[in-house]
Design a binder for this molecule. Structure first.
Ligand code: TPS
Length: 215
């Protein structure tokens, strides 16, 4: 799991002005290790159109052997045969998801503080998305940024759960975040808004794997 979290890319149709399938393919070519489909916010696709995009993104990810995770929408994830879901604190509980989902599903949850992280561990989450680390324009209802020290505090009470850091992350943040206990980084805009998503992803992948191999 920790290896899969190295470069965790998240994308929805409104995170780019380009064709999201092209942006996703370029990112996959650059070395995304895990992908999350997150169709939320202004002009988010609904119903059939959302299902079709999810299906196409899943097929694309699988062509690159990258697991496909759905944000929040457990029914959609089950319907299209996703590899897991990511939920927030206000979404379906890990316990309820585990009752409905295949045994090998990857189930992740967002955590902003130590108590949310401890609960995620107790509930059997496969990983936690820790953040927002920095300010982010991508998520409208984002909580207050927790910084590097927030990751350090969560790592102290949850020594072994896989942690991915998220929120306003840029390339130069990768090594400092991994030094305080993150196993990888999750990114939307630094890849989706990049003019060259493949090169941007490659650079994230190099930084993250450099750390994994023991710097
Ligand atoms: C793995 N979340 C926290 S900050 C943020 C999101 C979507 C915006 C990042 O965008 N952890 C995981 N998945 C999630 N969906 C969340 C947390 C929630 P940017 O990189 O553009 O700042």
């Amino acid at each position: 799991m920790k290896e899969l979290l190295q470069v965790y890319f998240i994308l929805g149709s409104n995170n780019t002005d380009r064709d999201p399938l092209i942006v996703l393919e370029e990112a996959l070519q650059g070395g995304v290790t895990l992908f999350q489909f997150r169709e939320k916010g202004d002009h988010a696709l609904q119903a059939d159109v959302k299902v079709t995009l999810a299906q196409q993104m899943k097929e694309l990810c699988h062509r690159y052997n990258v697991p496909f995770i759905v944000n929040d929408d457990v029914s959609l994830a089950l319907d299209i045969g996703a590899d897991g879901v990511h939920v927030g604190q206000d979404d379906m509980s890990i316990t309820d998801i585990k009752k409905r989902c295949p045994e090998d599903w990857i189930v992740g949850v967002s955590a902003t503080n130590q108590s949310e992280a401890e609960k995620a561990v107790a509930d059997g989450a496969d990983y936690i998305g820790v953040g927002p680390i920095f300010g982010t324009n991508t998520k409208k209802d984002a909580k207050r940024p927790i910084g590097l020290s927030g990751v350090k505090q969560i790592r102290a009470v949850a020594p072994s759960i896989p942690i991915v850091a998220i929120g306003g992350i840029q390339l130069t943040d990768v090594i400092p975040l991994m030094k305080v206990g993150a196993d990888g980084v999750s990114i939307i805009s630094a890849i989706s808004q990049s003019e060259k998503p493949m090169q941007a992803t490659q650079a994230f992948a190099r930084h993250a794997s450099y750390f994994h191999q023991g710097m």
